[in-house]
Each structure stands twice: as structure tokens, then as C-alpha cells.
Design a protein. Structure first.
Length: 327
């Protein structure tokens, strides 16, 4: 029996995604990539450096351009307690380093990086230590959301540890519009006064758990966005989608919601033209600035999330070399 046309069209994209994910596990290719001018420029577009000192100029440039920042120490899914504790050590050191600069005291972390799937008690200890230091520095910590299997544990751990820097920097969580359960989760979080970051969601989930069609995900994002804008606690709208951003602005204006009550968030190196336009229009834009020696799997997974990004990255790098606007 012939395959539906839509499935046939998706086959090349699926094959490319699978290939990129496979390449993400070939760490040796990452070392080669940094020695080739074209690929080195591609990586530098989206990753600010290996060390915080290398990332610092990017933070300074963004601040000078009127943007806010969040620092993300790359890494996830550690395989040992030692690796989890080392990652927590690096986050504490990063908080101290950020506090010594003029950059925003704002970081984002993944629980799998803290040992969630290795030892739950160690993960709790690691996150508690980071939140304690954040409280001492009046720094904000965003706990990222990963695959659907981690949602209950992520929200439970955040609720348990939230008091550790409440009123002293605060902490927040992430909701993914692609997940069918997100509307219910969001209502509970709004009632708790949570600081929520709304994104579309990048993890591949079965149809019974997540919306599959792009239009369904966009509709879900728009609904959740409206709830956050009306009743949320300084929500973060994380998207590079022009249409959704226009809808957010129109919704806020129609409901008398001031620009100071929410912010847009985007990834480092993505839609820099849009970031600049929003700042010029008076909106707060926060850019996620990643650094670390785990840049290669991060970079490859960003490409795999949407294989069309491969062409975008090449076009961006080549356009900048010709002095054109890459975005």
C-alpha cells in the first residue's frame, strides 16, 4: 500500500535527523570541526565558547545591545555521580563568575546534568547547592524541562527546593507547548506564582503524549501564551516564530498588558535581526548564551531538531562573510 504523501515527504527529513543525532555521539568529530574554518564559524555562531572567559565577550556585546542574558553551561545526561557533582561545581563557579561581571545573574540548568537519572538524592543535593549559592548572589535559576518522562520529577524537585532562594533571585521552570498535558501543568504553576518559560518543545514524543502537527503545536503555544500573559508571573515567551511573536504583541496590547510584564527569549545566534527589532521597539529580549566543552552534542542536536537549520546555518555563515544580513 502506498504511503501517504505527507509521510513520504517527511522521509528525507527523518533520515537527516537520524544522521545528525548519530553524529552528535561522535565526539571525535567535534575536535575536527574546531580545526576547519567553515565549521568553526558555524559552531561559533551558536556556542559562545568553551570556558566562561571565552563566553564573557558575548555577554558584554549583548548587554551593550540592550539585551538580557541567561548563561547555560552545556551538558546533559551524565553517566556518573562524579560527573553530576562536577557539573554542579561548574555551575556554582559560573554563578560566581557571572556575579563578578556586569552580566545578568541568571542561569539555566538541566536536571539530567545534575544526575537525575543516576541518583535522585545526588541530583537534589546538587540543585540545592546551586540554589543556595544563587540565593547568596541574588541570582535567578531556570530549571529546564527535558523529555516527558522527567516532567513529574522535575516539577516535584523544583517545588521542593524552590524556597531555598525564594525572594533572593528566585527560580523557575519550563513548559513545552507540544505536550498535551501542558495546559493542566500550566494552570497549577500559575496558581503557585511560578516563573514559567514557555517554549514549543524539541523532544520527540509519541502522539498520545504530544501534538505532532506544527499547526497543533502553534495553537497550543498561542493558548498557553495567552494564559501566561494574563495571569502569569513575569512569563518568558521563548520562540523565534515571527507569527507567534506578533500574536503575543497584539494580545498584550489588546488586554492592556505592559511590556514590563513579560519578556521574549531566544537562543544565542538565532534571529539576531528579530532580537534587535524587538529591543528597539521597547521589549525585553533575553538571549540564552551557552558555553562549555559539551558544545558538539548540543550543536548537532540543535540541527537535528529541525534539519532545515543546516541550510540556515550555512546561509548565515556565508552571508556574514559577504557582509550581508544573515537573518
Amino acid at each position: 500500500m502506498a504511503r501517504p504523501l505527507g509521510v513520504v515527504r517527511e522521509l528525507p527529513e527523518r533520515a537527516l535527523r537520524a544522521g545528525l543525532l548519530a553524529l552528535s555521539r561522535r565526539r571525535s568529530l567535534g575536535r575536527v570541526a574546531t580545526r576547519i574554518p567553515l565549521t568553526r564559524a558555524m559552531v561559533a555562531r551558536f556556542v559562545s565558547g568553551v570556558t566562561f572567559d571565552e563566553a564573557r565577550p558575548a555577554l558584554e556585546r549583548l548587554r551593550a545591545a540592550g539585551m538580557r542574558t541567561t548563561v547555560d553551561v552545556l551538558g546533559e545526561s551524565v553517566a556518573s555521580v562524579a560527573a553530576a557533582r562536577a557539573a554542579a561545581d561548574q555551575y556554582v563557579a559560573t554563578l560566581d563568575a557571572v556575579a563578578a561581571t556586569s552580566a545578568d545573574r541568571n542561569v539555566s540548568l538541566k536536571l539530567s546534568q545534575m544526575g537525575l537519572d543516576v541518583d535522585a538524592d545526588v541530583c537534589r543535593e546538587n540543585v540545592a547547592r546551586i540554589l543556595d549559592r544563587a540565593g547568596e548572589l541574588d541570582a535567578f535559576v531556570r530549571i529546564d524541562m527535558e523529555g516527558s518522562a522527567t516532567i513529574e520529577r522535575t516539577l516535584a524537585l523544583w517545588r521542593e527546593l524552590r524556597p531555598r532562594n525564594a525572594g533572593r533571585g528566585e527560580s523557575g521552570v519550563v513548559i513545552q507547548a507540544a505536550l498535551r498535558r501542558s495546559a493542566d501543568d500550566l494552570e497549577a504553576l500559575i496558581a503557585e506564582g511560578a516563573r514559567v518559560r514557555l517554549c514549543k518543545g524539541a523532544y520527540r514524543e509519541p502522539a498520545e503524549i504530544a501534538f505532532k502537527a506544527r499547526a497543533e503545536v502553534d495553537d497550543s503555544y498561542e493558548r498557553l501564551m495567552g494564559r501566561l500573559l494574563v495571569d502569569g508571573n513575569y512569563p518568558a515567551l521563548a520562540t523565534h516564530d515571527d507569527a507567534l511573536i506578533r500574536k503575543a504583541i497584539a494580545f498584550a496590547r489588546a488586554h492592556g498588558i505592559g511590556q514590563e510584564r513579560f519578556e521574549f527569549q531566544m537562543l544565542y545566534g538565532v534571529r539576531r535581526d528579530l532580537q534587535a527589532r524587538l529591543v528597539k521597539a521597547g521589549y525585553t529580549v533575553r538571549v540564552y548564551v551557552p558555553f562549555g566543552d559539551q558544545w558538539y552534542p548540543y550543536f548537532m542536536r540543535r540541527l537535528a531538531e529541525r534539519p532545515a537549520n543546516v541550510a540556515f546555518v550555512l546561509r548565515s555563515v556565508l552571508g556574514e562573510r559577504r557582509g550581508q544580513n544573515p537573518d
